[in-house]
Design a binder for this molecule. Structure first.
Ligand code: C2O
Ligand code: CU
Ligand code: CU
Length: 414
């Protein structure tokens, strides 16, 4: 008899302690924040597809918390919501343990009192690499965020009724916990940037000095092929992977958000960081023509199996419950937004594909877990519940909307 050798699954063990800290977001400017292991953002967790991630969370805060693994197809019990676990009380610990099944750019964040805990800094990136990733000269993770300060320069109080409706945006624009940092890149090189929008509400229509870049991936990993663009809208919760460069020595490139109207009027162009191009270095980067194969879940037109009215969701209050879905049964959901503002819709634990936006197919098929549904628009998504029964949820990733009840729980059943 032949004994099949299973490849050894590597274990990645991480300790994360949530605790208060003095967050120095700019030279000589600090606020009282929350961080994992004393830093904002928390440490970037890196793993390879198939690894087992073991995270020991210790709650050193004065309030309960949990960790949600945004975008990871974990078992329901590991999802970090209050539906599947008791919040971790001050002084307590909890162990998260799961296999990371997909390559991509993910993130982790608190899922209790999120409007405050994320604003104060309880989030970090999680990078999972596949066996044949494209080769670049350098890779970086950029977590985009903003911070709302009060007159005293401390984090502004929470619970402003205006914020509940409009969301919370702050004037301090952050990349990796630092206000408008300066980044360095050698001339002639091409880098892979993994970008996460970790802001409570702020939409980022990202431009890198109006230069073309290649979109390599979205929430759920690589695209079928690189897509040339000069800008990309990244709403709260979303990720994009970009191939950036090459630039010429001496250039100064602004990384900024272009004006966008999410239903609250057109914003101003706003800088998040500056890229300073140094002396030339040799490059080994190659952007392949094809990245991976993604089969569409839906061929041609499909009858929706469910309609999710974002307006009803917005006004439905806490603890809304949607119908269960059955493992293996294709879901085709129409997300209908009749409200006056855009809402980034996020599904926990499963990837979906965008089938159409206002009747039009998207330019490329990709895996997503968060999609912006523009105001007065409709987005049709398709997803297949794989065999991970339990309690799941979807919600608007404008955290103030989520907090006021723009969410629903549902069960995945066998
Ligand atoms: Cu980033 Cu409930 O999610
Ligand atoms: Cu999530
Ligand atoms: Cu919303």
């Amino acid at each position: 008899m032949q004994i099949e050798m299973k490849p050894d699954r590597k274990q990645v063990a991480v300790g994360l302690e949530a605790r208060e800290l003095e967050w120095e977001f700019a030279p000589t400017r600090t606020v009282r924040g929350y961080g994992f292991n004393g830093q904002v953002p928390g440490p970037t967790i890196e793993a390879e597809v198939g690894d087992t991630l073991v995270v020991g969370l210790r709650n050193g805060l004065a309030e309960p918390t949990t960790i949600h693994w945004h975008g990871l197809r974990v078992p329901a019990e590991m999802d970090g919501t209050e539906m599947v676990q008791r919040p971790v009380e001050p002084g307590e610990t909890f162990e998260y343990r799961f296999v990371v099944p997909d390559a991509g750019t993910f993130w982790y964040h608190s899922h209790v009192n999120e409007t405050e805990q994320l604003e104060r800094g309880l989030y970090g990136a999680l990078v999972v690499r596949g066996p044949d990733e494209p080769v670049f000269d350098q890779e970086r993770v950029l977590l985009i965020d903003d911070l709302k300060l009060d007159q005293q320069g401390q984090i502004a109080a929470f619970g402003d009724p205006h914020e509940q409706h409009a969301g919370r945006e702050g004037e301090v624009r952050l990349v990796n916990g630092t206000q408008e940092p300066e980044l360095d890149i050698p001339a002639g090189q091409i880098e892979r940037w993994r970008i996460v929008n970790a802001a409570n509400t702020r939409f980022v229509r990202l431009s890198i000095g109006a230069r073309p870049f290649s979109m390599l991936g979205t929430d759920g990993g690589l695209l079928p092929a690189p897509l040339e663009a000069k800008e990309v809208l990244v709403t709260p919760g979303e990720r994009v992977d970009l191939a950036v460069g090459p630039f010429a020595e001496g250039e100064l490139v602004e990384i900024e958000a272009l004006p966008y109207d999410r239903g609250k009027g057109e914003s101003q162009p706003e800088r998040f960081a500056t890229l300073r191009v140094g002396p030339v270095a040799s490059s080994r980067a190659t952007i392949p023509d094809a990245l991976r194969r993604i089969d569409p879940l839906v061929a041609g037109s499909a009858e929706p199996t469910r309609t999710v009215s974002l307006k009803a969701l917005m006004h439905g209050g806490q603890h809304q419950r949607d119908e269960p879905v059955r493992v293996g049964q294709l879901q085709v959901w129409d997300l209908v937004n009749e409200t006056g503002q855009d809402h980034p819709f996020h599904l926990h634990g499963f990837f979906f594909q965008i089938v159409e936006e206002n009747g039009e197919p998207p330019p490329v098929v990709s895996w997503k877990d968060t999609v912006n549904v523009p105001r007065k628009a409709q987005v049709r998504i398709a997803w297949l519940p794989d065999d991970r029964p339990g309690e799941w949820m979807y919600h608007c990733h404008i955290l103030e909307h989520h907090a006021m009840g723009m969410m629903a729980h549902f069960a995945v059943i066998r």
